[in-house]
Ligand binder design. Sequence first.
Ligand code: FAD
Length: 297
Amino acid sequence: MHIGDILSRDTTTLSFEFFPPKTDAGWESLYRSIADFATLKPSFVSVTYGAGGSTRDNTHALVVRLRRETQLEPVPHLTCFGHTKEEVRSILELYASNGVSNVLALRGDPPASARILALGDFTRAGDLVAFIKKEGERLGVNAGRGFGIGVAGFPEGHPETPNTLTQLEHLKAKVDAGADYIVTQLFFDNPAFHDWRARCELAGVRVPILAGIMPVTSATGLQRMADLAAGTRFPAALLKAIARCRGNAEAIQHAGIHWATEQCRDLLDSDVAGIHFYTLNKSDATKRIYQTLGVRS
Ligand code: FAD
């Protein structure tokens, strides 16, 4: 189903992000989690795209398997890095022929270990959006409407473009190129998100914005998030809550999930278009958030 129809159908979309595992044990655990996630009836699930060949093949395989074997609506991530137009075209053909209706278009980042990987034929996510739009129409996806296309948004800024006004112009350009919705980088500071959402509106960015939420579930996880999402603000109140639990892994998990639950409550109260959970392939934290908020699907 085209994401535009999903966004109209669901008052607030609730969606999950998975990544393709690297080990057999990881795959087994993911399939168990997927069965668990399916009971939460998400609006859609997205699958990340890595930098290397085999992890990319795993994304394609997982997406096609989700489409064929589950009722879940899979949304593959696709990045500019290291791809020619021909390669992207054949990936889109694979998706189209397997009934995949939507794609999240990203630039990607060069992997630290492979400085050789060049950008390829696409320099910006906006170039990829325009190409996916054209190809989707050519392939007759969604009865000729083309793929539903998502793009990334950064409420607390993107490190490469410190000028926040210019950054909004870049975001608007991606939407004007054909994006149907925006999924944000993870954040912990809801006021910063609300302010950015208002600035998007002022800049003429009018597509639905889905808020990216990732609960802190461990002290090491917190460090990893700080590395992964450079520029993300960790409010003092969150850090104090985690610090009070020092040495107690279970308590840290409770505190992190409590914070994310309060974020989601506030987002639901302020009529956010959707919440996208960065799940790390584990369902426990998301299920606890659902239970506490009384959300069923
Ligand atoms: P772009 O929109 O191309 O922007 C990149 C930078 O270029 C920004 O600073 C932007 O302001 C600037 N820019 C844009 N247009 C112009 C212009 N015309 N002139 C000058 N500067 C310009 N990465 C992966 O590798 N795989 C994934 O699966 C993945 N999934 C993600 C999912 C989400 C929801 C998010 C938020 C990020 C994800 N990322 C993923 C990371 C993302 O690829 C990086 O953060 C990347 O640095 C930015 O990607 P983008 O699509 O926003 O790029």
